[in-house]
Write a new protein. Structure first.
Length: 152
């Protein structure tokens, strides 16, 4: 049975499951240098909630970053939130950020929960990739991260 990829209980082991497509409102960031990554996340997450609230849209899960390609010397991603309904049209903020509708595709996914400081993410990703291979699968695209914080 398919289900949402958001709002699942944490798991410390790799879990393979079938998910439904997820509607998201995002800002697309293309070829971002690593040195600018924090600024892109901060500006996006700081501006998106007023945009969706202005249309009476509710977020339905924690913040997400969707990656259409593996990171290299730059990163391309869609940054936003899952929502209960789409924007009526793309919205541009006074700062020039463009928020638009997108979707995380449904299908088979692997997931794990990492709880800890940012500097532990690299090791967590390695363990995740090892767990996927051990389960007899290969990672695919897009892949995404869901960011749960004390305030989410």
């Amino acid at each position: 049975m398919a289900r949402s990829s958001f709002n699942l209980e944490p798991t410390s082991a790799v879990e393979i499951l079938e998910i439904d497509p997820e509607r998201v409102v995002v800002q697309k960031a293309t070829n971002v240098p690593w040195s600018e990554l924090a600024n892109v996340f901060d500006s996006t997450y700081g501006a998106i909630i007023p945009v969706v609230m202005a249309e009476g849209i509710e977020t339905t899960g924690a913040a997400v970053a969707v990656y259409p390609r593996p990171p290299s010397d730059t990163i391309s991603m869609e940054i936003g939130f899952p929502v209960n309904r789409p924007l009526s049209a793309a919205q541009t903020t006074d700062d020039g950020l463009v928020f638009e509708n997108s979707e995380i595709p449904g299908g088979m996914v692997a997931r794990i929960t990492y709880i800890g400081p940012y500097d532990g993410l690299g090791a967590a990703w390695e363990a995740f990739m090892t767990g996927i291979a051990a389960a007899g699968h290969q990672p695919g695209l897009p892949f995404w991260e869901v960011y749960v914080t004390d305030t989410t």
